[in-house]
Design a protein around this ligand. Sequence first.
Ligand code: XMP
Length: 517
Amino acid sequence: TVLVIDFGAQYAQLIARRVREAHVYSEIVPHTATVAEILAKKPKAVILSGGPSSVYAEGAPNVGAELFRAGVPTLGICYGFQAMARALGGVVDQTGGREYGRTSLEVTDTGSTLFRGSHADQPVWMSHGDAVVAAPAGFRVTGTTAKTPVAAFEDDQNRLYGVQHHPEVMHSQFGQLLLENFLYRGAGITPNWTTGNIVDEQVAAIREQVGTKRAICGLSGGVDSAVAAAIVQKAIGVQLTCVFVDHGLLRKGEAEQVEKDFVAATGVQLKVVDAEERFLSALAGVSDPEEKRKIIGREFIRVFEQAEREIVAESADAGEPVKFLVQGTLYPDVVESGGGTGTANIKSHHNVGGLPEDLQFELIEPLRKLFKDEVRQVGRELGLPEAIVGRQPFPGPGLGIRIVGEVTKDRLDLLREADAIAREELTAAGLDNEIWQCPVVLLADVRSVGVQGDGRTYGHPIVLRPVSSEDAMTADWSRLPYEVLAQISTRITNEVADVNRVVLDVTSKPPGTIEWE
Ligand code: XMP
């Protein structure tokens, strides 16, 4: 394992992903971990991430020199680079020479361990105020920039390396090569990790954990629950039952994807609960978004519990309760809940579709070590349908929070049609990879005047909300080609009754959220 020490910037997860892309397994540890705790994990290498603060700032995370003397190959990045320099007797100065964004790095030794195979002059991504002005004894300087005399250094003898820039971001041209040089040459690690290793490891662990007991898994139609279920199915076969609660708030075709395609691909035992009427009557008359979420969450739990009782009653060993619950928890959730700095609760809803903590199940979480893109890859390796594996994020409460106003069957059907058209056209235009997700929203409480054929209409607007994002925490609106927007608009207004306007949301997040509710 390679350990990435997180100094609190958003870059640690990106570094860990890049290391895995180099086929080396990596995990993130908070900077509060002690040197003893870090060494106890027997890392093959350590990478210190960037951080927001100056090494001189009050409360700036400290790194003890013991870490660098322990004989573990170490790469310091940005703040980690400065912390390494300082701990080993180099000089870090508040030079005032800030560098943010694209900078030109002059590599003074392209034969050095980190820069082998790259260019003497390379564009890199910088984000720092302080600068290293003198390297510690035993280090040689391998790169400089206009404002940073020591922008990279290495001590090959002790296998210590550092760079001021961010090799993990895609704007740093030879960044991935630099990381690979560190891992393969500096640390001597053989790249042999793949997501397949995780599947094998999990299958064995799940068999061990579950024994002859039974497990249950709620499918949402999304990629995480599907891949988690597929792994558990591979491990314990008929001891797993999946439950799919069709709450009537899914998009066109999604229920079929679960009921037919997913079952065909995995052979999983599936219990489908058609709960559309139940959800719609619970939602009748409700327009407030938080209220909708609470109702949907509450009904979901009730239906799920009822399904579980039925599974128990119908099973051969009737009466024996289901012991395990499969959940699609991902690595970023694990990292963020275990020592993140605490983010403001902007909407109360992000667990809707999840289950309460007091349920009497033990959890099986086969994706706890994986990033989203790795989950998709595992899904493909397991032969899951592309429509599920490649699906963009979709909220648990579904179309229920994409109708501004009361949720009714007619409105859902209308929105389903409009959404299907938008998705079809975006896919046809080859834009799926550029878009993080594209909520399509019905403003059910708004009417505007239009003219269609010979008549005046008084219909509803549909909002398109295409966004680009790395993690849904921040987002920008996608600059889609006008022709594609025109095509979507023409089709929706022609094909969907009662819609006479299509509008584009051009707000970033913040200040807007991705969803409208
Ligand atoms: P916002 O609207 O907060 O959305 O910018 C951020 C991401 O979360 C998704 N989202 C939800 N997911 N239950 C979910 O499971 C919810 O209630 C929910 N609300 C928003 C949203 O689609 C986006 O990906």
